[in-house]
Ligand binder design. Structure first.
Ligand SMILES: C[S@@+](CC[C@H](N)C(=O)[O-])C[C@H]1O[C@@H](n2cnc3c(N)ncnc32)[C@H](O)[C@@H]1O
Length: 298
């Protein structure tokens, strides 16, 4: 299997850019990687990630009959990986993303799958969603769009909550603060440097961990849950994605792609560990399943 690495940009490439939410910067970066994006997210680590994500999505999809009566929002849906999967079950989907080029790749993909009739592709920013209140039956905001919203993430959360119908499930995938914090140990044996980096992370909270060196806001589980509650959402379930890889040195990650037996063992182990919600803090990413309640708590 061919796995390509996206070119990592360094902070030096963007000396004049700020450390907060800059929609144009996100759009330009994703426009530039759109063509190679799908090929970059291959290998057992991403297979596990996708297995966990789908296992959270599938059971919570609306029970509408026919399915086309339910409208799904894929917010920050990129090249449409999840849109395609959800639309292929018969749902209507709005694929919303800030990057025109990511949407163009999605359009090609959906056209080949004969799914374009069920999907509306719309360019825009999740912090300013152009949809009426309470119009979606299920919302996915997966692959860190909330983390990319940096200091505007609460605005994005309130937009997601606003456009969800009462009773709709909202699923969110974000960067995990603790994994970002601890991964700094992997990169250097110099304890002084490690402690300095951790102190800096605790102070700034905004990081450039992403392969594209865009600023991201990684969440702790507790703070994400608190912010979802503030927006009136109830958290149903939390998972780490994936947790097994925290035990494996980065330089060994590729080994599992080459050895089918090891690959199956790792997938099976991850499935078992998914039963332990408390391990979510070990995940590279956090996945939260939340719901907009039928009636607001007083
Ligand atoms: C890592 S990709 C994930 C794509 C897709 N959700 C998936 O799981 O394959 C992140 C996506 O979020 C989009 N994005 C980031 N910030 C956004 C924002 N403020 N509004 C809309 N889309 C955004 C990017 O353009 C990109 O397509």
């Amino acid at each position: 299997m061919e796995v390509i690495a996206l070119k990592r940009s360094s902070k030096k490439d963007r000396p004049n850019e700020g450390e907060g939410f800059e929609p144009l910067m996100i759009q330009t970066k994703y426009d530039s990687v759109a063509k190679e994006y799908d090929r970059a997210y291959k290998g057992v680590r991403w297979d596990i990630y996708d297995m966990i994500t789908w296992s959270c999505i599938e059971p919570y999809l609306p029970k509408a009959s026919p399915k086309e009566n339910a409208l799904i929002l894929d917010a920050g849906g990129g090249t449409g990986k999840w849109t395609a999967r959800i639309a292929s079950l018969g749902y209507k989907v709005v694929l919303f993303d800030i990057s025109e080029e990511m949407l163009n790749i999605a359009r090609e993909k959906l056209s080949k799958l004969n799914l374009l009739g069920q999907v509306e592709l719309k360019k825009g920013d999740i912090t300013e969603m152009p949809f009426p209140d309470e119009c979606f039956d299920f919302i996915l905001c997966e692959g860190d769009p909330l983390s990319y919203s940096v200091e505007k993430h609460e605005l994005a959360i309130s937009n997601l909550a606003r456009v969800a119908k009462k009773g709709a499930v909202i699923e969110i995938g974000v960067d995990n603060f603790f994994r970002v914090l601890f991964s700094s140990y992997r990169r250097t044996k110099d304890i002084g440097l490690v402690l300095g980096k951790i102190r800096e992370m605790l102070k700034n909270r905004i990081m450039f961990r992403d392969p594209y060196n865009l600023p991201v806001y990684p969440f702790t589980i507790h703070e994400l849950m608190k912010k979802l509650a503030k927006a009136g959402l109830e958290v149903l379930h939390v998972l780490g994605k994936p947790v097994t890889f925290c035990l494996i040195p980065r330089e060994d990650w590729g080994k599992y792609d080459e050895d089918p037996k090891l690959r199956e063992e790792l997938l099976a182990l991850e499935k078992e560990l998914m039963a332990f919600e408390e391990l979510a803090c070990l995940g590279e990413h956090i996945h939260v399943v939340a719901m907009k309640p039928h009636s607001q708590k007083k």
